[in-house]
Design a protein around this ligand. Structure first.
Ligand SMILES: [Zn+2]
Length: 456
């Protein structure tokens, strides 16, 4: 019976750990349970290898299984299990698939995803749940490559990967327990996790796995609690404090706004081979009508947009208050709203106004015209004025052509993301300049303490 062996194994492990810990300095293990997103919430297929066994957690007994593809389907009375050849039965569950010598091969969201650790299948009145229970360090193997390019580790960025590993571990520990049936989900809601990858396309990478191992158990704490370990792609040369982005009351002593020359695209320190993030500088050209649509989408209405005025900025030059003026009134956007409302890359920008040339008015005679590349342009058609979108054909008349100006706003900005906490690009430059991960974390989270054993 595989179940009994498993219980025995655990018992032996507990005895051995208790006995040898003081000598071997065995680090504490911490398990995490992760909810895996299923494409079909009522069905999941898992390939059982002969070393795996299924335990019915409700009875503690093993479910008869053999090597091959097993399909688990939601059933009113439990979980229906179908083996490679025949139906095995309906079990109240939850069902646990034990860890074998190989990775679990799951066909749930994407075909053939591999997972480490234990898989648990649970259900409620609506759907099935696939829960991956594994060592927190192994979980991080599947998180890190999604957050920072593993290739950085081969180009002077190993210390940046280690810093990211500590940040991801801290985040996982502080977010733990957000869901009813598991600790964390596998999406951006908690932290993106993708398991080992696919059979022919592994997502785990040697560099990111090494970064996790080198920082095993380490998290950042403040007053004994895991910190809010925020990070972003690039900050334009100045980090931001959370109260200037989200909430004036969201103050954290270890998250302060300060200059970051290692992520300033002008490279003030004149560092050789300095990396400027490809989105460190950006421009966005938006017509008045597009901005009006975005404002409406966010629930604001000022009529026809007439002006945008930056009223105030923070010391970082990020916009604090943006005044929006229109024919039917005006309103102020504050902090993060000044970026999210218009889907801008960051809150650090300047605005120039101008008149668009891309507007045509045409007279009589009908001529069909392809309108590629003329998005947002206005044309007079047989059935009135139309706004062009994508590739479309209109019956235009070409006898009189006239340009009619349309107001546009050009946003020129720096940085990508909120700018709070660690800049990944800044961490990369620091790593390439010889800073160790402890120094990198100390700059971005100054005052926070780097502690071992998950802060316990
Ligand atoms: Zn979540």
């Amino acid at each position: 019976m595989k179940g009994r062996y498993f219980v025995l194994y655990i018992a032996v492990l507990i005895v051995l750990t208790a006995f040898f810990s003081p000598l071997s300095e065995a680090r504490e293990r911490k398990e995490v349970s992760v909810g895996i997103t299923l494409a079909d919430r009522k069905r999941v297929a898992i390939y059982l290898q002969d070393c795996n066994g299924i335990i019915n957690d409700n009875t503690g007994k093993a479910v008869e299984s053999s090597e091959g593809l097993h399909v688990f389907t939601w059933h009113e009375e439990g979980i229906k299990v179908t083996g490679p050849e025949a139906d095995i039965g309906v079990f109240r569950g939850p069902l646990t698939i034990l860890e074998g010598d190989n990775f679990h091969r799951v066909s749930g969201a994407v075909e053939g995803e591999l997972y480490r650790g234990i898989l648990r299948i649970d259900k409620d009145e609506k759907q099935l749940y696939l829960i991956n229970i594994l060592d927190l360090e192994e979980y991080l193997y599947g998180v890190l490559p999604r957050e920072m390019p593993p290739s950085w580790g081969s180009a002077g960025g190993m210390e940046a990967l280690k810093a990211q590993a500590v940040v991801a571990r801290t985040y996982a520990v502080s977010m733990s327990g957000r869901h009813e049936k598991y600790d964390l989900c596998d999406t951006v809601h908690c932290q993106v996790y993708g398991g080992v990858g696919k059979v022919l396309e592994k997502r785990e990478h040697e560099n990111t796995n090494r970064a996790v191992e080198a920082t095993r158990g380490q998290i950042l704490t403040f007053n004994g609690k895991p910190i809010e370990a925020f990070y972003h792609a690039t900050n334009g040369g100045y980090t931001e404090s959370p109260q200037n982005v989200w909430n004036p009351k969201a103050s954290y002593p270890y998250l302060v706004s300060k200059e970051d020359p290692f992520d300033d695209p002008t490279n003030p320190l004149r560092i050789r081979d300095f990396i400027v993030h490809n989105r460190a500088r950006w421009q966005k050209h938006l017509t008045a009508s597009t901005l009006e649509r975005l404002l409406q989408g966010a629930g604001f209405n000022v009529g026809r947009l007439s002006a945008l005025e930056v009223v105030s900025r923070y010391p970082s030059k990020r916009v604090k208050e943006l005044l929006v003026k229109g024919t039917e009134g005006q309103l102020s956007l504050f902090r993060e709203q000044t970026r999210t409302t218009f889907a801008l890359d960051s809150q650090m920008y300047y605005i120039q106004e101008g008149d668009s040339q891309k507007v045509w008015l045409l007279g009589r005679q009908a001529v069909p015209v392809a309108t590629d590349g003329l998005d947002e342009s206005k044309v007079v058609t047989a059935s009135g004025i139309k706004t062009l979108k994508g590739k479309s054909f209109f019956a235009l008349s070409a006898s009189s052509l006239e340009r009619v100006p349309q107001k546009y706003f050009l946003f020129t900005g720096w940085g990508w993301g909120h700018g709070v906490g660690m800049s990944q690009n800044g961490a990369y430059n620091r790593s390439r300049c010889g800073h160790c991960y402890e120094e990198i974390l100390d700059f971005y989270f100054s005052g926070a303490e780097l502690t071992d054993d998950y802060g316990r």
